[in-house]
Design a protein around this ligand. Structure first.
Ligand SMILES: NC(=O)c1ccc[n+]([C@@H]2O[C@H](COP(=O)([O-])OP(=O)(O)OC[C@H]3O[C@@H](n4cnc5c(N)ncnc54)[C@H](O)[C@@H]3O)[C@@H](O)[C@H]2O)c1
Length: 338
């Protein structure tokens, strides 16, 4: 039986006699059971630290690894859960704007593009977290590869600053910034939630895309990837406002893909299923909406990592996506076919 490490999948841990016993004992302490881990069986054990949002410190994972390896943390071997494999030079010479770059899927996408040779205009409302990203990537990428722009994608003046920061050329745009709604059905949705969710998730995508397209048309080339959601293709994945915003992203994507199809532009969308990013929920979540959604959310076949979504997004953004235009790529482990 192979050595268990923090990089082994949760499924491998559960199926291992000692590893399974150690995890079940840990869960029992908090009154939980192994069934709760079924949707995340494919993720590396390490991911539990991020998934728990502060409840489970790194030391718990380290102790689990030690407990099945005679008190040592072994060298990580190849194999186990999926690992990101960087395609060297795939974004050489390209400038890509990535929104939501300070956290989760946007951060993983920005990081991958930079490590594959690209220059990223990294946009987020959080200046502090953007600075963390820039300093982390400074050690692995040439100077100037990350251009942080702290800004709000709903404000035209910030859109103008983002485009100005890109400079002479914009080869790609990944519209990833987004927020959750409160799971409310339409009769409970407040103007505040509606305006915020539609503003960031849909109007922000509209404004930045509108600003970038003229430069791409002039160059006769460009790749745009918009992040929709499972909630963009069905009615039972989220609340009313989020569902409307993500369906809107798909409409915007299809229209733009059609309009510029003969001009060298490609416009596609990725629809993630569950992703372990810790994207926050508003303070008050609707009991009515959550109750209606629960059976469908419980049926999610698997939860992905941000890096797995970045793999789908960078595929479409890069020249590997040649000939793909107007596609809505579900990146959800098969949730959408249920
Ligand atoms: N996590 C999931 O399960 C999931 C599933 C489906 C779709 N999505 C979508 O994926 C995208 C990324 O989500 P994530 O899970 O990485 O979330 P996240 O919260 O980790 O990252 C979103 C980022 O967007 C930024 N942001 C929010 N409002 C902004 C604004 N007005 N201007 C600029 N930046 C702003 C936030 O500061 C944050 O850094 C979102 O569009 C989300 O709707 C996520």
């Amino acid at each position: 039986m192979s050595t268990l490490t923090a990089h082994s999948s949760i499924g491998d841990w559960l199926d291992h006699p000692e590893g399974g016993a150690a995890i079940r004992a840990m869960l029992a302490q908090s009154g939980g059971g192994a069934d709760s881990l079924t949707p995340v069986r494919a993720l590396p054990l390490q991911q539990l630290v991020a998934l728990s949002q502060g409840q489970m410190p790194q030391s718990v994972v380290d102790d689990l690894v030690r407990s099945v390896n005679g008190g040592e943390i072994p060298e990580d071997a190849e194999g186990g859960a999926w690992r990101e494999r960087v395609t060297g030079g795939r974004f050489d010479g390209k400038t890509v704007i990535v929104t939501g770059a300070a956290s989760g899927i946007g951060r993983a996408t920005a990081s991958r593009i930079v490590r594959e040779g690209g220059r990223v205009v990294a946009v987020d409302i959080s200046a502090e977290k953007l600075a963390e990203l820039a300093s982390e990537l400074a050690s692995v990428a040439p100077e100037g590869s990350v251009v942080p722009v702290a800004g709000d994608v709903t404000k035209q003046s910030d859109i103008d600053r983002i485009v100005a920061a890109a400079g002479e050329r914009i080869d790609g745009l990944a519209n990833i910034a987004g927020v959750n709604d409160d799971s409310s059905p339409i009769h409970e949705t407040s103007d505040e939630i509606w305006d915020r969710v539609i503003g960031i998730n849909l109007t922000g995508v509209f404004k930045l895309t509108r600003a970038v397209v003229p430069m791409m048309r002039a160059a006769g080339a460009g790749s745009i990837v918009n992040i929709s959601s499972e909630a963009g293709i069905r009615g039972n994945a989220s609340g009313n406002a989020y569902t409307a915003s993500k369906h809107g992203v798909i409409g915007l994507t299809k229209s733009a893909a059609f309009m510029y199809a003969t001009e060298g532009l490609r416009v596609n969308a990725v629809a993630p299923g569950g992703v372990a990013t810790g994207i926050p929920f508003p303070a008050n979540v609707s009991a009515f909406g959550s109750g209606r959604l629960k059976p469908f959310q419980d049926a999610i076949p698997s939860v992905a990592t941000a890096e797995q979504l970045a793999a789908s997004i960078t595929f479409l953004l890069s020249d590997d996506g040649v000939n793909i235009n107007g596609a809505i790529l579900t990146s959800d482990g098969g949730w959408s076919v249920q």
